[in-house]
Design a protein around this ligand. Structure first.
Ligand code: XMP
Ligand code: MG
Length: 183
């Protein structure tokens, strides 16, 4: 679905798919440079990062492998608690591997902080993070992010993998959800 099918539940498009692809091409050029002589493992965080992984990986020219983790944050409502449960673990042993985590969005950074600590204990050769979107609160997180697509305002967004109640992941653009939907 695209923005011409925008529903009354969405208020405005923040980034079009063309803008997202252009940004990903730039980031991919940086990653190509960084991992030119390294064996790269992309770790996508399900479900949101499916679109970013699919597009970023196809902009890259270095050899790479992909693996996936599904995690769920304990806690009530929409607030992240930082206590994370692994729903699906990696199938790859990452010891000695150059790992780049591919995320859809970082909000408080609590989920990512847990994930990074967990992955770090598996002794990868290197561990970096790429996220398509970042919310303002993430800037005060101690977790260092190597590549950021776009910084967003503090609004709930959907599309490009991001969902509200499981919907809108297939919107090709990223749009803000109308407050009447979730308040
Ligand atoms: P924290 O706060 O731990 O949580 O960084 C990150 C996770 O929160 C979800 N999230 C969103 N999902 N639109 C979404 O569809 C948003 O605006 C949004 N903000 C946070 C998301 O699952 C992310 O992985
Ligand atoms: Mg996510």
């Amino acid at each position: 679905m695209d923005a011409t099918q925008i529903s009354s539940e969405l208020t405005r498009v923040l980034y079009t798919n063309d803008q997202i692809q252009a940004r990903l091409a730039d980031i991919a050029a940086e990653i190509d440079e960084e991992y030119r002589d390294k064996d790269l493992l992309l770790v996508g965080v399900l479900n949101g990062a499916v679109m970013v992984m699919a597009d970023l990986s196809r902009h890259l020219t270095v050899h790479l492998q992909m693996d996936w983790m599904a995690i769920s944050s304990y806690g009530s409502g929409t607030q992240s608690s930082g206590v994370v449960r692994i729903l699906k673990d990696l199938t790859t042993d990452i010891e000695g591997r150059h790992v780049l985590v591919v995320e859809d969005i970082i909000d408080t950074g609590l989920t990512l902080a847990y994930l990074i600590q967990n992955l770090h204990s598996r002794k990868p050769a290197s561990l970096k993070i790429m996220t398509m979107f970042r919310k303002p609160e993430a800037l005060s997180s101690p977790v260092e992010v190597s590549h950021v697509g776009f910084d967003l305002p503090n609004e709930f967004v959907v599309g490009y993998g991001l969902d509200y109640a499981g919907r809108y992941r297939n919107l090709v653009d990223v749009a803000t959800l109308a407050p009447h939907v979730y308040s």
